[in-house]
Design a binder for this molecule. Structure first.
Ligand SMILES: [Fe+2]
Length: 315
């Protein structure tokens, strides 16, 4: 079972200038072969299919625990795409012809889709779960290396601040997962893959958006994403960090979360409606009838830059 927390794994900047073409490129990190849907589903299926788990517990715990973190990564990629699309239809849909992925506006409500940067749907063909532990771990190391390559390229191609914040965070966290699988293989086979770090050959510590995460130790920490389970990850995630030599750390519980942004309605694409105020009135009445306090107790990030969207006339 998954316990869900309504928090983001990192802070993303509030919506700024919309960037539909950039949002289409960021989709590669969602639904591409090496995107976050792939890491999530590879580790999820490998953990579902894991046999003899009681005797092989440290390896099972490692794969299952990393799968849980990947859920939060697809959430962040979606948040970034949604933020970059916010405000794009402020002047209507006509100016968007030929901009980015038309499905963001025509199929969805200016939201992330489970597709890659050319709009091809993510496919279960990207999942590798052979059942052979050495083979699966080798695949996972390769997957994290390819994912790192993809993040670096998106970082270079898309200068939007949300995309840069996202890739900075994911490069650091993906680096931790890359180390985890390299260490697991080393302990299992004696082959020291971590001698090839960093792979690809760009040091995360040189990237400005990675620095705040490195400063708080996120680059050497594996968080245990469960109240009581996956305790045996400590048997594998240990020893020196391949690049810095620092001792690897397992921290109990998820990382500090951040309140998600409450993105404004995009009425041109009916998200959540052409007249969101009417739905808000119904929700207000239902909340009152349910005896809930007048203000939602759930926390969202403070409002960012005001968008022209809120001033636009209703049709
Ligand atoms: Fe990830």
């Amino acid at each position: 079972m998954i316990l869900r927390l309504d928090k983001w794994g990192t802070l993303l900047p509030p919506p700024s200038d919309p960037d539909p073409a950039g949002a289409a490129a960021v989709q590669e990190l969602m639904g591409g072969r090496f995107g976050e849907m792939s890491t999530l589903m590879n580790y999820t299926f490998q953990s579902f299919n894991f046999r003899d788990k009681q005797r092989l517990r440290p390896f099972y715990d490692l794969i299952a625990n990393i799968a849980a973190e990947e859920y939060g990564h697809i959430e962040l990629v979606a948040a970034t795409i949604n933020s970059m699309l916010t405000g794009a239809s402020d002047k209507g849909l006509a100016p968007l012809k030929g901009e980015g992925n038309p499905h963001h506006f025509l199929k969805g409500g200016q939201g992330a889709l489970p597709v890659d940067s050319i709009g091809a749907p993510w496919t279960g063909d990207y999942v590798f779960s052979s059942g052979d532990l050495v083979e699966d771990l080798t695949h996972n190391y390769f997957l994290e290396t390819g994912a790192r390559n993809g993040k670096l390229k998106v970082y270079e191609m898309v200068e939007h601040p949300a995309a840069r914040a996202l890739t900075g965070y994911l490069l650091v966290r993906g680096g931790v997962h890359q180390i985890a699988y390299a260490r697991a293989l080393e302990l299992l086979t004696g082959v020291d893959i971590s001698k090839g770090f960093p792979a690809p050959r760009i040091e995360t510590s040189k990237i400005p958006e990675c620095k705040p995460h490195i400063k708080v130790g996120s680059h050497k920490t594996l968080y245990r994403f469960s109240p009581d389970d996956y305790k045996e990850i400590v048997a594998v995630f240990k020893g020196p960090h391949p690049e810095t030599g620092e001792e690897l750390v397992v921290e109990d519980g998820p990382p500090e979360g951040f309140p998600p942004q409450d993105l404004p309605p995009q009425e041109e694409v009916f998200a959540p409606d052409r007249s969101p105020n009417e739905i808000a009135e119904i929700a207000k009445r239902l909340r009152k009838e349910a005896g809930l306090p007048s203000k939602p107790e759930a926390e969202v990030a403070p409002k960012g830059r005001k968008k022209a969207a809120s001033k636009r006339k209703k049709r």
